[in-house]
Each structure stands twice: as structure tokens, then as C-alpha cells.
Design a protein around this ligand. Structure first.
Ligand SMILES: NC(=O)c1ccc[n+]([C@@H]2O[C@H](COP(=O)([O-])OP(=O)(O)OC[C@H]3O[C@@H](n4cnc5c(N)ncnc54)[C@H](OP(=O)(O)O)[C@@H]3O)[C@@H](O)[C@H]2O)c1
Length: 233
């Protein structure tokens, strides 16, 4: 089994939901984890689960809706015992459901700040170090959402993430900094809701695939966690 021992991963939004599963899944591969959420006390459950694995942990807190909060996340993650080798940009928010004809700019700005600008700032902060060390894995969470115009702010933010991921991958072509984007599937989380198709645990092992790629493996690609739903964890 491929392991990620001695690597450090920052998983944004790992206090609950999909990010929590990813944090635990990466720890199961021996990866050290920087857990992130807005409030320190919300990280206890994830940290308790991580105790089952022989890995180191660190904490980064910060509100991705503000530039100051993003800077705080970068500062705290940079203070972890090891450099960020794997950046899992998982945190995001859903948009307010509203007619595509009347959504105001404030809502576009709110969702884009968290889902797009914060993600890009984290890439800008940590990708240069990956380049210098000749190893990096960046995975950005996207969505398969389609034909829901009332949630256009969210779906367009994810389309921006897809395109940004491909452009960033091109920047690092041949440098072993692999940038990919992953659709987790429609999962039962606070964001996905109770009626979602699958339990959140089914995001593993698929969500680990882009983090486990061999050196100079695929980059700028789309991955679907649900493609691996029936694989052994
Ligand atoms: N669930 C689905 O069906 C589904 C489908 C397609 C794509 N996705 C994508 O998968 C990712 C995870 O979704 P999820 O369903 O696990 O969501 P979730 O259950 O709502 O969890 C969101 C995570 O992001 C953090 N977060 C939320 N707002 C934040 C903010 N303003 N600043 C910093 N952190 C913030 C939360 O931390 P705190 O609240 O503790 O701060 C939490 O850990 C997202 O990118 C989402 O778009 C989900």
C-alpha cells in the first residue's frame, strides 16, 4: 500500500464532513495532518479521530471569508513542524438559493471569496515551496452540480476552481507539483444535506487517489471520488 509517511497535508475545512474524512484517510496512509476550521473547539472530533494513527498533527484556524482570516491560516499552517506537501483545498460554502436573474453582487463576492479567492491564496502561499522541494500535490474540491440555476453562484465558483486548477497544473508541468480537482459525489454532510445519495464515508478511498499519485503522474485532471466507491478502503 502506498504510504505518505513524512509528508504533511493541510486539509481545509476538516472539522467535519468530507474534509474530516479526507484528514482521517490521509492519516491512514501515514500522512501528518494540519487540521483546519474556523474555530479551535470545532476541531476536537477530527483530532480525536486522528489519535488512532501514528501521525503528527497541527492546527490552523481561520475564516476564509476574509483576507485576514486567510493570512492567519497560512501563518499557522506554515508554523507546523513540516512544510505543506499536500494542499487539500476542501473548505467551501453553498450559495443562497435564489433566482439566477436576481442574485446580487454581494452574494457572488461572498461565495467567490471563500470558494475561489481563498483557495487561490492558499495555492499561492504553498505551491512555491512545493516547487522548491520538487514535490507537491494540490487537490481542489469541485462539484458535479448541473442545471440548478438557483445555485449558479456556487456552481460557477466551482467552474472557476476547475479552470484555475488546470492553469495552475500547466504552471508546474514537469516539476512534480501535481494539481488536480476532485468531485466527491453528492454526500450526506451539512452542505450536501440529508437527502444526498451517499454517506460521507464513501468519499474514501477515492478522495485519496489524487494525493497518492506517483511522481510526475497525471496533473490538471478531473477525478471523481465515486468512481472508487467500491474499492477496499
Ligand atoms: N457534500 C456534497 O454533496 C458535496 C458535493 C460536491 C462538492 N462538495 C464540496 O466538498 C467540499 C466539502 O463539503 P462538505 O459537504 O464536507 O461541507 P460541510 O459539511 O459544510 O463542511 C464545510 C467545511 O468547511 C469549513 N468552512 C465552511 N465555511 C468556512 C469559512 N467561511 N471559512 C473557513 N472554513 C469554512 C467548515 O469548517 P467550520 O464550520 O468548522 O469552520 C467545514 O469544515 C466543499 O468544497 C464542497 O463544495 C460537497
Amino acid at each position: 500500500m502506498k504510504m505518505l509517511e513524512n509528508k504533511w497535508a493541510l486539509v481545509t475545512g476538516s472539522s467535519r464532513g468530507i474534509g474530516q474524512q479526507i484528514a482521517w484517510g490521509l492519516a491512514g496512509r501515514g500522512c501528518n495532518i494540519i487540521v483546519h476550521g474556523r474555530e479551535r473547539q470545532n476541531l476536537d472530533a477530527t483530532l480525536a479521530g486522528l489519535k488512532a494513527y501514528p501521525v503528527q498533527t497541527a492546527i490552523a484556524t481561520g475564516e476564509l471569508a476574509s483576507a485576514a482570516g486567510v493570512a492567519q491560516v497560512i501563518e499557522q499552517a506554515s508554523a507546523a513542524p513540516g512544510p505543506v506537501d499536500i494542499l487539500y483545498n476542501n473548505a467551501a460554502v453553498q450559495a443562497r438559493s435564489e433566482s439566477i436573474l436576481t442574485i446580487d453582487q454581494a452574494e457572488w463576492n461572498r461565495v467567490f471569496q471563500i470558494n475561489v479567492w481563498a483557495l487561490m491564496a492558499l495555492c499561492q502561499a504553498f505551491a512555491p515551496g512545493m516547487r522548491a522541494r520538487g514535490y507537491g500535490r494540490i487537490i481542489n474540491l469541485t462539484s458535479g452540480i448541473a442545471d440548478q440555476p438557483n445555485l449558479a453562484v456556487y456552481s460557477v465558483s466551482k467552474a472557476a476552481v476547475d479552470k484555475y486548477s488546470r492553469d495552475l497544473a500547466a504552471e508546474f508541468k514537469g516539476e512534480n507539483v501535481l494539481v488536480n480537482y476532485l468531485d466527491p459525489g453528492w454526500l450526506q454532510t451539512d452542505l450536501g444535506g440529508k437527502n444526498a445519495w451517499f454517506p460521507v464515508e464513501t468519499v474514501l478511498p477515492g478522495a485519496l487517489v489524487p494525493a497518492l499519485l506517483e511522481d510526475n503522474g497525471p496533473t490538471g485532471r478531473f477525478f471523481s471520488a465515486m468512481d472508487f466507491k467500491y474499492l477496499e478502503k
